[in-house]
Every structure is written in structure tokens, then in C-alpha cells.
Design a protein around this ligand. Sequence first.
Ligand SMILES: Nc1ncnc2c1ncn2[C@@H]1O[C@H](COP(=O)(O)OP(=O)(O)OP(=O)(O)O)[C@@H](O)[C@H]1O
Ligand SMILES: [Mg+2]
Length: 305
Amino acid sequence: MNTDTVLSLKNVSKKIKGRPIINDISFEVKKGQIYGFLGPNGAGKTMTLRMIVGLIRPTSGTVEICGHNTRKDFVRAMSNVGCIIENPELYEYLSGSDNLELLRKMEPDISASRIDEVVELVGLSHRIHDKVGTYSLGMKQRLGIAQALMKKPELLILDEPTNGLDPAGIKEFRSLVKSLSKEQGMTIFVSSHLLSEIQMICDEVAIILHGRIIKTSKVEALSAGQKITWNVTNVAKAIKLLADDFGVEAVKDTEETLSAFTDDFRIMEINSAMMSSDIGIKYVSRQQKSLEDLFMELTGGETIG
Ligand SMILES: Nc1ncnc2c1ncn2[C@@H]1O[C@H](COP(=O)(O)OP(=O)(O)OP(=O)(O)O)[C@@H](O)[C@H]1O
Ligand SMILES: [Mg+2]
């Protein structure tokens, strides 16, 4: 394993009562990356994250964090990880700083000054002495991240951190993650069912569906490619022509439009074939493929949010 690999999963599977939940997944996260773990509800994101942080054991396969196998060398592996799985664990009747103090007492290596540092990092200084019960969801999320940062982890793992946040909260979260990555050099592994989220914050992504990784890729490479939309006089006929003559699967968008993914060089060919088949073309447009489009392409039409 490369020394700048912070997290590595090799052939990880999980069965529960004989039912396969996670099937042979492998991927690597490098130091300093913001790595996205994208998949729809029930795909297996939380289950995978729970295996990474040792809350459950994989049925087979290995997880390594900073080169330490989580099964053979659990304590050392975990000393490098801060995480929030599903929801942060917070005492609502205590203040934010008391919550952090409590955590510090359980981890003897953490210095008292670290509390001020993490509070500053997550931007919660103004409310840190208020009871957590009075916090908004976004503030609780920040406090959760502050907890996860207490032991200066090499790797920060966040499970759908923007769930329930409003657009302003999501925006704030995004800038927090980016600054942790940029200014602290932290490696961040973040799950989401939102394509736009991953696209906005991540460098690389693993896409999970039904417990299998269907693609790992740099985010910018995923976004490359063209989605072509035709506005024509006969959509059904055009879809059939694309399928029969070009092997291209097109989708009917409206009564007058269809779209498909295809390479630039084929567009002219397709246009002239349409015209020879008496399909009138009113216009053709081209747009960058989004991650969402890509997911539909990968899964044959299933959407993820
Ligand atoms: N304790 C359990 N026992 C049996 N099956 C489980 C258990 N926990 C989760 N599952 C199943 O494992 C699959 C993956 O669930 P998981 O919670 O990992 O999905 P997810 O990708 O996190 O979804 P979401 O976006 O809804 O959080 C689902 O089919 C779920 O029903
Ligand atoms: Mg989940």
C-alpha cells in the first residue's frame, strides 16, 4: 500500500443473517483528499462507514487506516479517525464546551487548549457556552465535527453531514469542509445521496448501489462528456432510430424533446439520419453531463436524488 493512502478497503463484504448487504467493495483514499461516497438510500453507505470505524465487523475483506488493519491493530487504526456516523452523540442538557470537556476527559492525550482550537475551527465560539438543547441543527452538526476533530485525526469520516440542513447551513458546511482540507491538510471521507453536494466539495468519488461500488472516479472526469437534447417532430421515432441505428439509448424528456449521451462526432451522423427518416429537427442543444446524468447512465435510469 502506498504510504500516502489514508484509508483502504480491500474486498470488503458484509452479510447479515445470510443476506449480502455489502458486496466485495474496494477503494483507496489518499492523504488530503475530500473523498465522496455517493449512493441512494439503502445502498450501504452507513453500513460501510460503520465497518470502517469498527462499529461492526466485515464478514470478509480488510480495512486499513493509515496502514493499520482495523481488525489486527484496532486501537492504532482508530487513533487516526474522527467520525460522525448518522448523528453526533451530544448531551443536550450540557453546553457545547462541557460536551467537549467530557470527551477530553475520556481521552487523556488531548490538551485542554484543543477545545478552543476546535471550537474556533468549526466557528462555534459565540454559542459554545450555551446548552446544546438550544442549538440549531447546523450548530449541532458543527459541535459534532468539533468532537470528531478533538484528537487531531488524520481522517475525518462524515455520514450524510448535510441531512436536514437548510441551504445556508449546507453552504457553511461546505466551506468548513473545504477549509479543514485546505488549511489543516485533513483527509475527509463524506457520504451523501446528493450528487450536487459531492460535485461541489469532493475531489474523487466512489458510487455505491445495492452494496456494490459501481464506479470510482475523479469528480471532474465524471462530469466530462456531453448530453445532447433534440427538439424534433416525432420523438418516439427518433428514440427508435437512435436505438436501432446507433445503439444509443435516448430518453423522452417532453412531448417534443429527447436526450441522450453521445460523442460529438456522432451528432452530425445522427442528425442526417433523422432528416432522412423525415424527422424534422427544430433544434439540438448540448450540455455538460452532470453527476446525476452519469448515475442514470451507469444504472440505466435509476435516479438518486
Ligand atoms: N442491522 C441491520 N440488519 C439487517 N439489515 C440492515 C441493518 N442495517 C442496515 N441494513 C440494511 O443494509 C442496507 C444498507 O443500509 P445502510 O443504512 O448502509 O444504507 P445507506 O446507504 O446508509 O442509506 P441511507 O441513505 O438511507 O442512510 C439496507 O438494505 C438496510 O436495510
Ligand atoms: Mg445511511
